[in-house]
Design a protein around this ligand. Structure first.
Ligand code: ADP
Ligand code: MG
Length: 755
């Protein structure tokens, strides 16, 4: 009988519905493929497996056998040792019949985990004790049980000619050795597994075949074998990820042409640059060159602009938007929060003021959020539709039904990590004209990339056109991650800060230095007297028992009433109405309030140059990049600046939290921090929060595997360039693999498939 990877695990001998259910509950394992993709966590290196007769005292060895029994006793205090010791002593019989002992001190639980009948490998240094061989506190790898009817002899044999034994993520009731058995059984019933990668590709990248890799990752002959297997399987993960992204991009662009949005000589873009009060940084100039090429290209632009806080992305964004206006089109800037929308609207209006904003012959600029009053909203919608409005800034309210553009040329999306892939697609779909106007307003998956249909705005001509998209992120992303996450985007980095950035000193204050809180408050007072301002950021709006940590409301009361009675302390958090938020921000901006207590609503984009102090309460509650973002709110020209992190005041600090906070204290370089973050958290979590719907990376590690990331990205681009649809017969296996890995995930992608 021939089995297939997609068969349920119940095809394996001894796997009934009960065990299958447990596998599903514990690990989400349903099929043989799931089982084989439940990769080992590590490997037990048995070293040379020896017989008792060959073992010499004092040498490291691994001895195999079946646990016979346990005895335990207390060893009374003696000498310097003031407490009694608990000694558990187990007798283990080898296949040859010879018996050795294993001893564990103060591990009361040991005997219970290795009951009589357990077959295990014990690794340690051999001692001779009362004529018996003994291993003290050995490393233990359970292989099976005799009592449960498992084939202990074969388990032992397995290790006998296999030094590296896979150790799996396990749970109670499903120990690693059980998984070893199941995997072995699966590998036995499966015929050779077909390879989805063409041989030429494998050869070109020095990859082994899939069948061999899947077997070797579980049952490696040696370390080299294991490494080769991991590399091949990691390549698969990254390659299908990149193929999916590139394929999706080509699908989105299929049948569409890029608009010519290149800047016009003597147009808005040129006048904009001419009136800027400062010269562009080298990085900004390079960015404009790259963008200019994209904007004029026949492919729609799809570019990621990365730059640390304060690197000057807004100028680049404004210029990009104006290039659409140069061509008589509109541009939209989409941001994640209302505060940011207001902020950007104001910044943009100020930046463009010399060109004339909302005056006759000037640019028409508006902001649209969910708290825009109904009448104004109606006016804005109508002006968007007639083309009167040139530039619009907004939150996801821009995605709502009823928002239609006359001719949307450029879309800029700020702080992309707050949006999902599908939203990126949605805004593009609102382009107007006869482009894909269809059912694209709803955040639902299947509607996202629907075909055209319901007419959009006016200007539709024959071929569907797609606006140029610029995605901006202030979260510095390590190159490895950018290439992975944004496999479908071209990347521009603003790696140079404008001159005049003030240095920021960062300090960590734990409860052990409680007196420093008073000193800080005195310092804030001095700074305020010198015309400067301070942020105080709290993790919560209100403290709760479930989540201990400072609440902004209470901290505001404390500071306003008890500490800074003579100053004006403003409060802003997400539960306030938009008007209250805006009022608080305005007071702080103008200096009417000198201290602003807030939650992370001020995390991004807010720009108050006079602010020189950033106090973050319960800093361990924030992610590393969040802390960096918050710190970026100071040092913006108001003088030497300070960031003070209070940590450990409401929770015990974990090792990881300390490392994270020390990384923030140690450097203000966003890219360095991003690497540290990636290192501390692993890519998995970054993926989870950054973009849902991408396939799992189980084996690939994007920092260590940066070469694979780059290789697969290039390969995917080549494949999709030659076969935009992945429809060539020889690409059928690639297509299937990509769809399988994206299953249920990348909504836009799935919708295109059915659309
Ligand atoms: P980002 O959005 O990347 O955080 P901004 O665009 O908000 O940065 O710029 C931060 C500040 O630097 C703003 O006040 C902006 O006017 C100013 N700025 C931008 N580019 C330059 C430049 N080339 N020279 C001097 N100041 C600049
Ligand atoms: Mg900005």
């Amino acid at each position: 009988m021939s089995h297939h990877l997609d068969d349920p695990v119940t095809v394996l001998p001894g796997v009934g519905p009960k065990l299958a259910g447990r596998l599903t509950d514990a690990f989400g394992i349903g099929t043989l493929r799931d089982l084989l993709e439940h990769y080992p966590r590590r490997y037990h290196d048995a070293g040379a497996v020896l017989d008792l007769g060959e073992v010499e005292e004092g040498t490291p060895a691994t001895l195999l056998g079946e646990v016979l029994d346990w005895s335990s006793r207390r060893i009374p205090p003696k000498g310097k040792r003031s407490r009694p010791l608990h000694l558990a002593e187990g007798r283990v019989r080898q296949a040859s019949g010879a018996v050795f002992t294993v001893t564990f001190f103060n591990q009361h639980w040991r005997p219970a985990t290795l009951p009589p009948g357990t077959v295990a490998a014990f690794s340690g240094t051999v001692k001779r004790f009362r004529r018996e061989l003994q291993l003290a506190s050995p490393d233990v790898q359970t292989l099976g049980t005799v009592a449960a009817g498992a084939d202990a002899a074969s388990a032992a044999q397995r290790l006998d000619h296999q030094r590296l034994l896979a150790v799996y993520p396990a749970v109670d009731g499903l120990p690693s050795f059980k998984l070893n058995e199941l995997v072995a059984a699966a590998l036995e019933v499966l015929p050779s597994i077909a390879d989805w990668l063409p041989e030429a590709v494998r050869d070109a990248h020095g990859l082994r075949d899939l069948d061999g890799a899947l077997r070797a990752i579980h049952v490696p002959a040696d370390h080299a074998d294991r490494h080769a297997a991991r590399r091949r399987l990691a390549f698969d993960e990254l390659c299908s990820l990149q193929l999916g992204l590139q394929w999706r991009r080509s699908q989105l662009e299929a049948g569409t042409v890029g608009l010519d949005n290149s800047p016009v000589a003597g147009g808005w873009t040129e006048r904009f640059l001419a009136q800027l009060p400062f010269g562009l940084t080298g990085a900004q100039r390079r960015a404009l060159t790259e963008l200019g090429t994209d904007l004029g290209g026949t492919r729609p632009m799809h570019r990621l602009l990365q730059g640390d806080v304060g690197s000057g992305k807004t100028v680049v964004a404004a210029w990009t938007m104006l290039s659409a206006v140069d061509r008589g089109r509109q541009a939209a800037l989409m941001v994640p929060t209302e505060v940011l929308a207001e902020q950007h609207h104001r910044t943009l209006t100020e930046l463009l003021a010399p060109l004339g904003v909302n005056v006759l012959d000037g640019l028409r600029v508006a902001a649209l959020t969910s708290s825009t009053p109904v009448r104004e909203r109606r006016r804005i919608l109508s002006e968007l539709l007639t083309g009167e409005l040139d530039l619009i800034v907004g939150t996801h309210a821009l995605l709502e039904e009823g928002v239609r553009f006359a001719d949307l040329g450029v879309v800029v999306i700020d702080e992309q990590h707050r949006f999902g892939v599908s939203q990126r697609v949605q805004l593009k779909e609102k382009a107007g004209g006869s482009a894909a106007a269809g059912a694209s307003e709803v955040a639902g998956a299947s509607e996202v990339a629907g075909a055209s249909g319901a007419a959009g705005g006016t200007g539709g001509s024959g071929g569907a056109t797609t606006p140029d998209v610029l995605v901006m992120t202030a979260t510095p992303i390590p190159r490895s991650l950018a290439l992975t996450l944004y496999g479908d985007l071209d990347v521009t980095v603003l790696d140079e800060l404008p001159p005049g950035r003030e240095p920021i000193t960062t300090q960590l204050i734990t409860p052990r230095e409680a007196h420093r809180r008073g000193r800080l408050e005195a310092f804030i007072r001095t700074e305020v007297a010198a015309g400067r301002r301070a942020y105080v950021v709290c993790p919560f709006v209100e403290e709760s028992e479930a989540l201990p940590g400072k609440g902004a409301v209470e901290e505001h009361r404390r500071l306003a009433e008890e500490v800074f009675g003579d100053l004006e302390v403003a409060l802003v958090h997400g539960r306030l109405s938009a008007a209250d938020k805006e009022a608080a921000m305005a007071a702080f901006r103008s200096g009417e309030a000198q201290v602003l207590v807030s939650t992370t609503v001020i995390e991004v984009g807010v720009d108050v140059p006079e602010a020189t102090i950033m106090v973050i309460e319960d800093a361990e509650r924030f992610g590393l990049s969040q802390l960096h973002q918050l710190r970026g709110r100071v040092g913006r020209g108001g003088g030497r600046s300070f960031c003070v992190l209070f940590a450990g005041w409401s929770t015990e600090l974990s090792e990881e939290a300390i490392e994270r906070l020390q990384a923030v204290v140690g450097t203000t370089d966003g890219f360095e921090l991003a690497e540290a973050d990636l290192h501390l958290r692993g890519a998995g979590q970054l993926f989870g929060s950054a973009q849902s719907g991408l396939p799992d990376l189980r084996l690939a590690r994007i920092q260590e595997d940066i070469d694979l990331v780059a290789d697969t990205r290039r390969l995917a681009a080549e494949v999709v360039a030659g076969d935009p649809d992945l429809s060539a017969p020889e690409h059928q296996p690639l297509r299937e693999e990509v769809l399988r890995r994206y299953a249920g995930g990348l909504e836009a992608f799935a919708a295109l498939e059915t659309g």
